[in-house]
Ligand binder design. Sequence first.
Ligand SMILES: NC(=O)c1ccc[n+]([C@@H]2O[C@H](COP(=O)([O-])OP(=O)(O)OC[C@H]3O[C@@H](n4cnc5c(N)ncnc54)[C@H](OP(=O)(O)O)[C@@H]3O)[C@@H](O)[C@H]2O)c1
Length: 275
Amino acid sequence: MHSVDANGAHIPSIGLGTWTLRGDQCADLVQAAIETGYRHIDTAAMYKNEDDVGRGIARAGVPRDELFVTTKVWPTDLAAADFRRSAEQSLDRLGLEQVDLLLIHWPNPAIRLSETIGALEAALKDGLTRNIGVSNFPTALLADAMSLAGHSLSANQVEYHPKLDQSKVLAACRAAGMAMVSYCPLGRGLDILHEPAVAEAAAKHGRTPGQIVLRWHVQQPGVIAIPRTTRRERLAENLDVFGFELTEAEMHAISALQAANNRICDFEFSPVWDG
Ligand SMILES: NC(=O)c1ccc[n+]([C@@H]2O[C@H](COP(=O)([O-])OP(=O)(O)OC[C@H]3O[C@@H](n4cnc5c(N)ncnc54)[C@H](OP(=O)(O)O)[C@@H]3O)[C@@H](O)[C@H]2O)c1
């Protein structure tokens, strides 16, 4: 499995996103994904599926050290005691002694970042997680987090797809030795898969549009993608993106779609994004 080295973490380049997956469907998909070869699963306390993810992991039965499991702490739980409780509850639900990556799900300006970073580092030191990071941190906040945590941060998970420019965040992650994990890598409801730049590359390489977009992600140094699917048959498709390479011209043509600047996950509590 291809992976990105990020301040000590080795993060598989493709992971399974699990937002919206619940119950047996979630457990079955996680199990099937691992059996298909996925070694990276993304969940969060907020997804209310950690017990299902844990069941899928247990059923797949691969050695624990072969799997990379990420979970996240919701922004209302960023005070130190809440953070600790949330992380411990996540481990209980997942049925794991530690996760591989624990993230601050979104920043929360009402709680001092220094307190939250302290709680994140305590979770690392006490073995609740093997690596730590953040999510939805634009460059200014990432710089604040870096000044508090230094090179102990391994990843910033942010929205990224061909219709959203994240060049500033990506440059900041690379400069810090961190991975940038792309969420909504397929652009969820956007029409990315029908764009001529994607469709033409798909026809030329004999690949699906989804594979072209995922290849575009992982061909960028330091970028990891965590596509979600509810369909078993797509698990193998979304993982099989390492046997071909997009040309520089194809990469550029797909990146040019970023001019659209369509952000899918934007809420009243979002931080000020990089322009
Ligand atoms: N940190 C955060 O704040 C945050 C926010 C959002 C998401 N995330 C994480 O990122 C993961 C991925 O993002 P997402 O689920 O929002 O969006 P996404 O992965 O970009 O898109 C998922 C959609 O794409 C479809 N799809 C999957 N594979 C496909 C393929 N090969 N061809 C065509 N369509 C395909 C799926 O439909 P089917 O089910 O029909 O295949 C589903 O509707 C989440 O599950 C979650 O783990 C994190």
